[in-house]
Write a protein that binds this ligand. Structure first.
Ligand SMILES: *Cc1c(COP(=O)(O)O)cnc(C)c1O
Ligand SMILES: [Zn+2]
Length: 445
């Protein structure tokens, strides 16, 4: 299908070293920096912007084949090197961009949408990246490469997605998880998909170190975010957003950041649209962090002149409880290129933002709460104006974090206020008792 397009791995530090996409390599052999996927933009520019737009529109939500996936419908931009028969898809992508009212009292936001990336097979945006990575591994195995298994360290969502795509591809999968730091819903996903699940007595950064050592020494393929194939799939979120806004660029995109692969993916998607002429400017990006795991925010305060890892503290936003983000250099580049900013939020601001949007009909996960809490601060400081077109990236489905919800409504989050708590009302088995409970809450005339 795409013989005339090509992509490859290239050193991110600009030492210009190139590697094939089918090489088992995560960092530059010359200078040890991260790698990135590069595309033959000249070949892609042979197709004009209007033609790309109409192609993508025609393919939107096909029922079968590669175009049934929001990622593979943009295959020429993502990974043209994968043959269609090697694609491992769970029909990821094509998630709703939902317009909502301002959830915040006394704060006007007239153009606010939430990109519900959690409305997907395993319940988080991680599906977008792992479909690409696992498809590439399937292709390498089909070509006779010896890859007996794929492994990752995870704060819960990468492992769920990796396990699902590996199960679909018939590929052995190993997940390294920090014991007791992920939710039961996240833990049960790799178990159900038959991954070898290691619950390790450390935090995410500790799991990351171990999986890197194992995959360096043994022939096991590493699926963490230094594997730059993943951001190629994740960057389609930027294209989908613009497509859903009828090819308009939003003023702001607010996204939570942990390991910082996703914010760089977002930047890459917008950058590619700009280079190929589908858009004529970039949005401003705000990367939002928890105050308890805020290494990017601290670096931002020093104009990114220095970066120091931190020891991540316990936060409700467990998927971004990361002190030493792998993709730091890529994230900083994205933020510099887009006039981006970094904001941080407290635990109280997270729960408030989640409860406020839930009252608008959403079911917001704590990481999305980090982004929404940051947006609230930006609106209060008038950095974001009431009529700005704002898109908040919702990274996971709230159902993965049901304990976070019940703790809020049952009043079991220590030291946090829960003004929007809505616990169940216990009622006796009696008509009068039921009616009394209704009249207590519902106004009727
Ligand atoms: C992985 C994840 C993030 C953070 O993405 P990074 O690429 O690590 O910055 C945020 N929210 C959820 C729900 C995630 O699973
Ligand atoms: Zn290099």
């Amino acid at each position: 299908m795409n013989a005339r397009y090509n992509s490859w791995l290239q050193c991110f530090a600009g030492c210009d070293e190139r590697y094939g996409l089918d090489e088992i390599i995560y960092r530059c052999r010359k200078c040890n920096s991260l790698l990135e996927v590069r595309h033959d933009l000249q070949a892609l520019a042979g197709t004009g912007p209007e033609e790309w737009k109409s192609r993508f529109s025609e393919r939107w939500r096909a029922v079968s084949g590669p175009d049934a996936s929001g990622v593979w419908a943009k295959k020429e931009w993502v990974c043209p090197n994968v043959a269609d028969e090697n694609i491992v898809s769970l029909h990821e992508g094509y998630t709703p961009l939902l317009k909502i009212n301002s959830p915040f009292d006394n704060l006007e936001l007239n153009n606010l949408s939430v990109k519900l990336c959690g409305n997907t097979h395993t319940g988080s945006f991680k599906d977008l990246g792992l479909t690409v990575l696992v498809s590439m591994v399937r292709q390498m195995r089909a070509a006779g490469r010896d890859i007996p298994a794929v492994a990752c360290a995870s704060t819960g969502d990468t492992s769920a997605a990796l396990a699902a795509y590996c199960a679909r591809a018939g590929l052995p999968c190993i997940v390294f998880l920090p014991e007791g730091k992920i939710t039961p819903a996240q833990l049960v996903q790799p178990l159900a998909n038959n991954a070898l699940t290691l619950a390790i007595d450390t935090d995410f950064d500790g799991c990351m170190e171990l999986v890197q050592r194992v995959t360096t020494n043994e022939n096991i393929y590493l699926a963490n975010s230094m594997n730059s194939l993943r951001v190629e799939g994740q960057k389609t979120v930027a294209v989908e957003i613009v497509q859903q806004l009828n090819w308009e660029v939003p003023d702001w995109v607010v996204i939570p950041g942990g390991n910082l692969g996703n914010v760089s993916a977002l930047g890459l998607g917008f950058d590619m649209m700009l280079r190929l002429g589908l858009i004529d400017h970039l949005p401003r990006i705000c990367c939002a962090q928890s105050e308890r795991a805020n290494p990017l925010y601290r670096s931002y305060l020093k104009d990114f002149e220095r970066f120091e890892p931190v020891k991540a503290g316990k936060t409700l936003a467990s998927a971004i409880q990361i002190g030493n983000p792998v993709s730091i250099s890529k994230a900083i580049k994205t933020l510099k290129d887009t006039g981006g900013i970094v904001e941080q939020v407290s635990e109280q601001q997270i729960v408030d933002a989640c409860a406020a949007t839930d009252r608008e009909g959403l079911f917001t996960c704590p990481h999305t709460g980090v982004a929404l809490g940051a947006l609230r601060k930006l609106a209060e400081e008038e950095i974001v104006a009431p009529d700005d077109n704002v898109v908040v990236i919702s990274t996971a489905h709230g159902l993965k974090f049901s304990r976070f919800k019940t703790d809020y409504h049952w009043g079991q989050q220590e030291q946090l206020d829960n003004p929007r708590a809505n616990p169940p009302i216990r009622v006796k088995d009696s008509y009068d008792a039921v009616l009394a409970a209704i009249n207590d809450r519902i106004r009727r005339h």
